[in-house]
Design a protein around this ligand. Structure first.
Ligand code: HPA
Length: 234
């Protein structure tokens, strides 16, 4: 096992879906995968491996924030030979035309974190999605009649900031939405030549203050999951 994942080599598939919430990982395993084995419960950060349409696939909770997903992404790639990591999460829209329930695919992830500045000696690395994964995800969305928004997102270090208008600067520069993990996921995937993609459901709007009900969250989550699973096995 690695420090934070109690699995043996071979227990985890080459492709891993990563919801933030470990109970979402359980939900995905229970509802979409067959022949499921739970391989991790360290810190309650549940991880499962099963099959989807005959393909071996794993689902691993990432926790919230850059440090947490950074740990799991690093260990999945370096200790368990994971090659494709697909985050499935939620985000807050920063653009008036992007509404709760919409899907956002992160082409790139800006950040207010020092994660990459520390790594690159104060310089700015641009974490970017795998082109083949984002292309495939768009094709899968199209098959479902869904038009996702592709673009730059913000991975923020603070869910509860101080300056309530801070997001507006990012919005002015075309950033679509805010979440808290992708900059680390893309950077670590790049470090080890793995592929990564983040697919997000808009759960709230910073523009209007609107929020999804829990029922709506469940329905949009289904679309996102199916797109992620089809992309994962491609
Ligand atoms: N901020 C950060 N992360 C989020 C948000 C938000 O408003 N909504 C969903 N994830």
């Amino acid at each position: 096992m690695s420090i934070h994942i109690g699995a043996k080599p071979g227990d985890i598939a080459e492709v891993v879906l990563m919801p933030g919430d470990p109970l979402r990982a359980k939900f995905i395993a229970d509802n979409y995968l067959e022949d499921v084995v739970q391989y991790n419960n360290v810190r309650g950060m549940l991880g499962y491996t099963g099959t989807y349409k005959g393909h071996k696939i794993s689902v691993q909770g990432s926790g919230m924030g850059i440090p947490s997903i950074g740990i799991y992404a690093h260990e999945l790639i370096t200790e368990f030979n994971v090659r494709k990591l697909i985050r499935v999460g939620s985000c807050g829209s920063m653009q008036p035309h992007i509404k709760p329930r919409d899907l956002v695919f992160a082409m790139s992830a800006s950040t207010d974190s020092s994660f990459n500045q520390n790594r690159f000696g104060g310089k700015d690395y641009s974490p970017a999605a795998s082109f083949s994964l984002i292309k495939k995800a768009n094709e899968e969305a199209e098959k479902k009649g869904i038009t996702p928004f592709n673009g730059n997102i913000l991975s923020s270090d603070a869910f509860y900031g101080d300056d309530q208008d801070e997001w507006k600067k990012w919005a002015k520069y075309g950033v679509l939405a805010v979440e808290m993990e992708t900059t680390a996921l893309y950077t670590i995937a790049a470090q080890f030549n793995a592929q990564a993609l983040t697919i997000l459901t808009v759960s709230d709007s910073l523009v209007t203050g609107e929020e999804l009900s829990s029922e709506d969250r469940q329905n949009t989550f289904t679309d996102m999951m199916e797109i992620a699973l089809e992309t994962a096995i491609s």
